[in-house]
Design a protein around this ligand. Structure first.
Ligand SMILES: *[C@@H]1O[C@H](CO)[C@@H](O)[C@H](O)[C@H]1NC(C)=O
Ligand SMILES: *[C@@H]1O[C@H](CO)[C@@H](O)[C@H](O)[C@H]1NC(C)=O
Ligand SMILES: *[C@@H]1O[C@H](CO)[C@@H](O)[C@H](O)[C@H]1NC(C)=O
Length: 218
């Protein structure tokens, strides 16, 4: 009796063990499936992101009109590259701010007052696996540039270590019926800003600066 009972108990607990093992296994499979599903959704909703860069890593300046008018020309080439094979991407409502190295581009909460130049590049649209160059060309009067920099730039001085901050809405066309929008900032660092001199090797062969992206939902 006791032996039988003992055996029965042993059998039961063995079954219980098996059941428990089965539950653990089932739970593991469920978690695995969930992980796979979550990753699949992530891939669909958050494909590779739009890459922005400043061609030649520089903003070139020039005297467009002599004193007393004093118009300063500033040009840059903003290159947008869409690495995705599926989604069109748009960068809209862009505001651009140029900062010197004394001001933190990312910490600035009033960039329109703390930057050297503020401007509005046009909207950017890039189809799958293509790159689009947007040439920004500005004609700036004295009051449109930080007073401590206007004269120096107008006279052809150069500055390295400047940062261009771009704030805008990054839109990814997930399907033809669904757009995903999120506010996104880009920081293009170590830019050379100033007079262009074609004989100057370092300027001529400067590499593109790839802008670092910081989204609101990272
Ligand atoms: C930036 O900071 C340096 C010292 O770190 C200072 O000498 C320079 O005048 C500052 N430039 C501006 C434009 O404030
Ligand atoms: C720019 O150059 C002009 C003429 O050479 C000079 O009068 C002026 O002070 C200079 N401005 C700056 C900010 O260097
Ligand atoms: C996505 O946004 C772009 C840019 O605003 C627009 O042209 C396009 O029609 C939108 N697509 C959808 C499906 O809403």
């Amino acid at each position: 009796m006791t032996a039988d009972g003992g055996e029965g108990d042993g059998e039961k607990s063995r079954f219980r063990c098996l059941d428990a093992a089965r539950y653990v296994f089932a739970a593991a499979v469920t978690v695995l499936i969930m992980v796979v599903v979550v990753n699949a959704i992530k891939v669909v909703l958050r494909p590779e992101s739009l890459q922005l860069s400043v061609a030649g890593g520089s903003l070139s300046t020039a005297q467009l009109k002599p004193p007393p008018e004093e118009v300063l020309g500033v040009e840059l080439n903003l290159r947008a590259q869409n690495p995705s094979g599926r989604s069109r991407m748009y960068y809209l409502n862009i505001r651009a701010y140029l900062f010197d190295k004394n001001t933190s581009a990312s910490a600035s909460s009033k960039p329109e007052y703390e930057s050297i130049i503020t401007f509005i590049p046009s909207d950017i649209a890039v189809v799958q696996q293509e790159a689009v160059d947007s040439l920004v060309s500005m004609k700036l009067k004295k009051r449109q540039v930080d007073p401590s920099y206007f004269g120096m730039l107008y006279n052809g001085s150069r500055f390295s270590d400047m940062t261009l901050r771009l704030d805008g809405d990054l839109i990814t066309e997930v399907t033809s019926e669904f757009n995903k929008t999120r506010p996104t900032s880009y920081y293009c660092e170590q830019l050379l800003v100033g007079g262009k001199n074609s004989d100057d090797e370092p300027v001529k062969y400067r590499q593109d600066v790839i802008c670092k992206q910081r989204g609101a939902l990272n």
